[in-house]
Design a protein around this ligand. Structure first.
Ligand code: NCD
Length: 647
């Protein structure tokens, strides 16, 4: 008997695209074998344990059937309420023990990140059969397998995801996979059930991918007017958006496309803290949705079980493929186990590229912000654990919970030996990385918390002024001049400033543009790290739509470029601008993402360890220059020196 290698499948991203392709070709073989009633003995002597802390029909039974069909056997705890978990046993203890009875554990659990925890404690491989609202990777394998069978390929397909995109774990795994396969996603969430930010951030960071969201209302006429929507993944567009060579206006219009699939989902009532939320209108998908000219070749998918969102009248339609998805459960899960067996000789899997784990001392570690995170339930053996999130996300350090993926924005960081705390800024990132490596990072929500813990504020090194008030005014004038020369129709323009200094600059630019052209473009402020309500008008209470306008995004300095990229993606999610331009007061030369500003106030090459700081006085419409405006540069070498001298 061969043993299975310790290959845990916690996320769909634990499988490379090549590995998924291999699993699909194995699944093809097993379909054939099942059709011919062949006897297979591949898993002879192997035992699979299915531990289900939540109800299941398809997933558990198809896993068990797959193992039997492979010649293996199964031990099962289909209702963990009948197990020692009911007596308060931790997940870690349970999987340690069960891992000594079986060669493979298949786990379903209500808490986000439970499969990750199980994979760390089980001596055998763990397959995630759904963990809270986080992921359900093997459902995605079934979904993609059938979708590809129907359409011949996955790249370039356009898939509309409908319904509860917030709690639906099958949707989350599917998004990660479709992004990597280069398919186009259109999100059609029920109101209040949008794809969560942590999912969007993850596809953005890992696959440089984002997608459009349309409302249920738009969805009703979607099939007939698809050409009006941006259906291609916006990532390649975003990269090109701000380069001088390819302003968005010159990009070819998205080619009229057809919808290839609707993926309809059930409302995940059991995951809603607010049970009242279920009273709203939910998607109801019936034959009418397939009538439009652009939808008549679309297949209809559903992970099942269905409730009222999917009409029974569709069942006899050849485009309805949800029962095929469910039937694929057996050959695809057979293929997954067979694929593991193919690697039986390889004990340790080379780690897939990922973000570094942040080692935080217990006393300096924050809690995961997600109330359903497994780290909140399992007790003291499970310390909160984070990975470094998107690098250089503005003036917050983004940490991502290593169990559930939820992001935590940290404003204050400290060094445990020097006992200094710092307001995080992008230029500190290289130090923070080192502190993480050596386990000397502390994080705080507030100054008060830092000071209570006995930390003192860090005082930074000497500053040199590189622009005075006069020079700042000239640079803003120059920005206004460039924008006016470049944008012939100012009545279509809208300025959006990144909070806070970008927003102040946007207001100044607006005044200068008005003085030059007589047109006063609307102006909004964008908070790149806020959730809802992130974009608000600066002129009045009314919402300004970006639809059809040329948006000029305004910021003071580009450091890594991540903030601007995030702001762009947010604008993209909000509306359908006709074009986007980027105006920055200071271009300092180097950045992590390939974004080039269209309008630059001044170029100031600085070294990576230097921080450019822009100070702007609050706007006063009468003054041309503001005496206290200035730009300074200071070196960030000191924090590390301090750490060294404290040793
Ligand atoms: C899904 C699940 O459990 O996440 N079911 C399944 O495994 N096919 C979807 C659901 O319960 O809605």
């Amino acid at each position: 008997m061969t043993r299975l290698p310790k290959y845990d499948i916690v996320s769909i991203d634990d499988l490379s695209l090549r590995e998924i392709e291999r699993i699909f070709s194995l699944a093809d073989r097993f379909c054939e074998a099942l059709r011919n009633a062949e006897r297979i003995t591949l898993a002879d002597g192997l035992i699979m344990a299915t531990l289900f802390y939540e109800p299941s029909t398809r997933t558990r039974l198809s896993f068990e059937s797959a193992m039997h069909r492979l010649g293996g056997s199964v031990i099962s705890s289909p209702d963990m309420r009948a197990s020692s978990a009911a007596k308060g046993e931790t997940l870690a203890d349970t999987v340690r023990v069960v891992g000594s009875y079986a060669d493979l554990i298949v786990l379903r659990h209500p808490h986000d990140g439970a499969a990750r925890v199980a994979s760390q404690y089980a001596p055998c491989p763990v397959i995630n059969a759904g963990d809270g609202s986080r992921e359900h990777p093997t459902q995605t394998l079934c979904d993609l397998y059938i979708l590809r069978k129907k359409k011949g390929h996955l790249r370039g397909l356009t898939v509309a995801l409908c319904g509860d995109l917030k709690y639906g774990r099958t949707v989350h795994s599917l998004i990660y996979a479709l992004a990597r396969f280069g398919a186009n996603i259109v999100a059609v969430p029920t109101a209040g059930m949008d794809v969560p930010d942590y999912v969007l951030d993850r596809v953005r960071a890992e696959s440089n991918y984002s997608f459009s969201t349309v409302s249920m209302e738009e969805m009703k006429s979607l099939a007939g007017r698809l050409d009006a929507l941006y259906l291609t993944p916006s990532a390649p567009h975003q990269m090109a958006l701000f380069t001088a060579e390819m302003p968005i206006e010159k990009l070819p219009a998205p080619a009229p496309k057809a919808l290839d699939a609707f993926y309809v989902t059930r409302m995940q009532k059991e995951r809603m803290a607010d049970k009242g939320a279920e009273s709203g209108e939910y998607v109801r998908f019936d034959a009418r949705a397939l009538k439009g000219s652009r939808a008549h070749e679309a297949v209809v998918m559903h992970p099942l079980p269905r409730t009222s969102e999917l009409a029974y009248e569709l069942d006899s339609d050849p485009r309805a493929i949800y029962f095929e998805q469910a039937a694929a459960g057996v050959p695809v899960r057979m293929a997954l186990v067979a694929w593991m067996l193919e690697h039986a000789a390889v004990a340790e899997r080379p780690p897939l590229p990922g973000l570094p784990v942040v080692r935080l001392r217990a006393e300096a570690a924050p809690r995961c912000p997600n109330a359903n995170c497994v780290s909140r339930f399992e007790g003291s053996y499970l310390a909160p654990r984070f990975r470094l999130g998107r690098s250089g996300a503005g003036n917050v350090l983004m940490l991502r919970c290593d169990y559930c993926d939820r992001e935590l924005a940290v404003e204050f960081v400290g060094h445990v030996r020097t006992r200094r705390y710092y307001r995080f800024e992008e230029n500190l990132l290289s130090y923070v990385r080192e502190w993480i490596e050596e386990g000397s990072l502390a994080v705080f929500d507030t100054v008060k918390q830092a000071e209570e813990a006995g930390y003192e504020p860090y005082r930074r090194g000497p500053q040199r002024e590189i622009m005075n008030a006069e020079q700042v005014a000239e640079a803003v004038e120059s920005l206004a001049g460039q924008a006016v020369a470049d944008l012939p129709d100012m009545s279509r323009v809208m300025l959006v400033g990144v909070i806070s200094r970008g927003a102040m600059l946007a207001m100044r630019l607006r005044d200068l543009i008005e003085a030059r052209t007589g047109v006063r473009p609307p102006c909004a402020a964008l908070d790149a790290y806020a959730g809802a309500d992130a974009i608000r008008a600066l002129d009045g209470p009314e919402e300004i739509s970006t639809d059809g306008r040329v948006v000029v995004l305004v910021d003071d300095v580009i450091n890594s470029g991540w903030t601007v990229q995030r702001a762009m993606a947010m604008l993209w999610e909000k509306g359908r601008p006709a074009g986007m331009k980027l105006a920055v007061l200071i271009d300092r030369g180097h950045r992590a993402v390939p974004i080039r500003p269209n309008y630059v106030g001044k170029n100031i090459p600085t070294s990576r360890s230097e921080r450019v700081q822009v100070r702007l006085e609050m706007p006063d419409p009468k003054a041309r220059t503001r005496a206290r405006d200035r730009v300074t540069v200071y070196s960030m070498v000191e924090p590390m020196k301090e750490a060294e001298s404290a040793e």
